[in-house]
Design a protein around this ligand. Structure first.
Ligand SMILES: C[S@@+](CC[C@H](N)C(=O)[O-])C[C@H]1O[C@@H](n2cnc3c(N)ncnc32)[C@H](O)[C@@H]1O
Length: 289
């Protein structure tokens, strides 16, 4: 444990940020490696004579920060943690770092199912770190969720995140291709959500190196046109959803209209393209009949 004055800490922090990077990533480093949360820091930082306590010394924190800057390695992978909604999730390079825009998937569900006492039966396809399912399982404690991913390592991380976040056991995890592990639940789901890999191949090749060199390809690449997985999920969804069950998909910034057409072709109704906070049609939702 290191004790340091606010004054000395502020000087050191300014020096680190002058080398590059952003405040948000630095906050992840301080919280997840240094054990100093942003709220604690904000409480103390106004008084230069206050003392801060850090779990690691400044040299160690600086070495992680330098690694992040020099290798473009995402700070979440270096720290092993990511913040998402009100969750603090374990992440390794086996799972996508859950993105802030994906947080809205949960808000879309809240708008559709307004009562938190709802006994939903939901599925999440391609759970990665487990972020979406865990948020839903916590918000709707009487619900049950079945959660899939093709990658067993990702499922192990999602399971750990679930047991760290919840005392309940209302999520079950299955390994396999999209719907295939859920054969037993045909016609039973009130809701299915997915943020599948949707990046078209040519865009994937040009992704920034902090994404392409570190995050799993299987979590990003959506085939030639980016819609390979979305097509499969939509085509099979009618077998698994209850009548009037909802499907909520995240898609690439320019795929909303195409996803809408796929939903129409597969007999979905109440179809809507929902914007993210930047006004991009990031989600497409519909009901099966
Ligand atoms: C874009 S990531 C989303 C992860 C997480 N749900 C999130 O929003 O942060 C897509 C996930 O789908 C999984 N995936 C890819 N292909 C799959 C398939 N054929 N069947 C099931 N899951 C798949 C990946 O392993 C990855 O975890």
């Amino acid at each position: 444990m290191l004790c340091i004055s606010v004054e000395e800490f502020s000087f050191w922090k300014k020096k680190q940020l002058s080398k590059g990077g952003d405040e948000q990533s630095f906050a992840v480093l301080l919280d997840c490696v240094g054990g100093l949360s942003t709220s604690d820091l904000n409480l103390k930082i106004i008084n230069p004579r206050e003392t801060l306590h850090l779990k690691k010394n400044l040299e160690f924190l600086e070495s992680v920060w330098d690694d992040h800057l020099l290798k473009s390695s995402p700070i979440q992978y270096l720290c092993g943690k990511a913040f998402w909604r009100d969750l603090k999730l374990i992440v390794t390079n086996k799972v996508l770092i859950p993105r802030p825009e994906t947080e809205l998937v949960v808000d879309i569900v809240f708008k559709i199912f307004r009562r938190k006492s709802e006994k939903l039966f939901f599925a999440e396809l391609g759970t990665g770190s487990g972020a979406i399912s865990i948020a839903l399982a916590l918000a709707y404690p009487l619900s049950k969720g079945v959660v899939t991913d093709i990658d067993q390592d990702a499922l192990e991380i999602a399971t750990k995140n679930y047991t760290n976040s919840s005392k309940q056991s209302n999520l079950k995890f299955y390994c396999g291709n999209w719907w295939s592990p859920l054969e037993n639940f045909k016609g039973k789901l009130d809701l299915a959500v997915s943020n599948p890999p949707y990046i078209p191949r040519d865009t994937y090749e040009k992704l920034p190196k902090e994404v392409k060199n570190f995050e799993p390809k299987v979590a990003l690449l959506g085939g030639e046109d980016g819609l390979e997985h979305i097509r499969e999920i939509i085509q099979k969804a009618p077998f698994f959803l209850k009548e009037k069950g909802w499907l909520i998909l995240e898609n690439h910034f320019d795929q909303g209209e195409k996803v809408k057409q796929l939903l129409i072709k597969n007999k979905f109704t109440s179809i809507e393209i929902v914007n993210d906070l930047s006004g991009i049609g990031r989600f497409t939702i519909g009901r099966y009949k």
